[in-house]
Ligand binder design. Structure first.
Ligand code: ADP
Length: 344
């Protein structure tokens, strides 16, 4: 099997603003066609990293390339390869959607005829081609404005699309439209998007990069991050039977298993119990087989409880703090808050 083609490569990217290190030795790769999510609280360094990759901000040190072209040496070439949607996209309120996209195409160096053609194509892709095309941008809803931003980012057929908080402030319906847009291009374009909305990132992205205080604290698929940071496996079981006896039976599978009843019994005598084990090879089927050995016991439901991304984020940042604190003394007034502003 041939090695995957690398679309973005960042090595030791660091950006210093006066006394502040906005990003610190950030290194990662993105394969062609992959959707990578940057996850982190406000101020973590997501936008700075994205702006460096787009050739809009110069890194203090480190290197990055897009499509094999160095961002530092050829920022103008890189700008043509990358479609960028900034978090606060200033749109001219008085222009119509179609006028704006044609204008942007001209700014991006396209001939009039090509620009008009591409504007039509991206309006269709972003579902702006019907009524919305003639609407004044100032009268558009937030969801439509985001779509105009994405249409703009797609104008030049970019190899890479970088979107800073593309779903911020959108309702679930509008968010789904953006997600579908990404899904329809998955595998054809490389996407990097940032968000602090955890379930959103998980739904959209093939791989995640968790950033906190300018540093990458974890990277991987949501599944691999779960395994790395949340060692325990938890099952919920709705069962009728004596809890003490049940615990004994389950501990025959794993002597360390933690069993706890979550709620009072329901009218039919069923308990909701939580079964926690550090042995990730244990399956729901094994629990079921063990419980059903007793004729009088009944099971209504077994579900594996997935750790949320929020738990992963907190575990990853906690571990990174512990590692930092064990390396060098840090004074508390130097520490920025790791709290996520909005977790939806
Ligand atoms: P995020 O996108 O994760 O919210 P940013 O990359 O915007 O984070 O910011 C990272 C840090 O760098 C923040 O502390 C921010 O205030 C600082 N920062 C970003 N841009 C500038 C700038 N132009 N001048 C000074 N500080 C900046």
């Amino acid at each position: 099997m041939s090695a995957p083609e690398i679309s973005i490569e960042a090595t030791g990217l660091t950006k210093v603003y006066g006394p502040l290190t906005a990003i610190d030795e950030v290194s990662f790769e993105v394969e062609k066609g992959e959707v990578l999510g940057f996850l982190g609280p406000n101020g973590a360094g997501k936008s700075t990293t994205m702006r460096i990759l787009c050739g809009l901000v110069r890194a203090t040190s480190g290197s990055a390339s897009v499509g094999g072209i160095s961002v530092v040496e050829h920022p103008e070439k890189v700008k043509r390869l990358v479609g960028y949607m900034p978090e606060h996209n200033p749109l001219p309120e008085e222009l119509r959607v179609v006028e704006y996209l044609r204008y942007r195409a001209r700014l991006k160096g396209m001939e009039t005829r090509e620009g008009h053609h591409r504007a039509e194509e991206v309006m269709e892709l972003c579902d702006l081609h019907r009524k919305a095309r003639r609407q004044i941008i100032g009268s558009l809803s937030k969801g439509f404005r985001q779509r105009v931003g994405i249409a703009d980012a797609l104008l030049t057929h970019p190899e890479v699309v970088i979107m800073d908080e593309p779903t911020i402030g959108l309702d679930p319906h509008q968010t789904k439209i953006i997600r579908d847009l990404i899904n329809n291009r998955r595998g054809q374009m490389t996407f990097v998007l940032s968000s602090h909305i955890l379930p959103e990132v998980e739904l959209c992205c093939d791989r995640l990069l968790i950033i906190n205080q300018g540093r990458i604290v974890a990277k991987g698929t949501s599944e691999s991050l779960r395994q790395e940071y949340i060692p325990a496996q938890v099952f919920r079981v709705k069962v009728r039977g004596d809890i003490e006896e049940l615990t004994k039976v389950l501990r025959e599978i794993d002597s360390e298993m933690e069993v706890s009843a979550l709620l009072e019994k329901d009218k039919e005598g069923f308990h909701d119990i939580s079964v926690k084990t550090l042995d990730r090879s244990i399956t729901g089927e094994q629990l079921l087989t063990a419980i059903l050995k007793r004729d009088s016991w009944r099971v209504r439901e077994i579900t594996e409880v997935q750790a949320s991304l929020e738990e992963i984020f907190l575990a990853a940042t906690k571990r990174s703090w512990e590692e930092t604190l064990s390396r060098k003394p840090v004074y508390s007034d130097h520490l920025r808050s790791t709290k996520m502003n909005t977790i939806e």
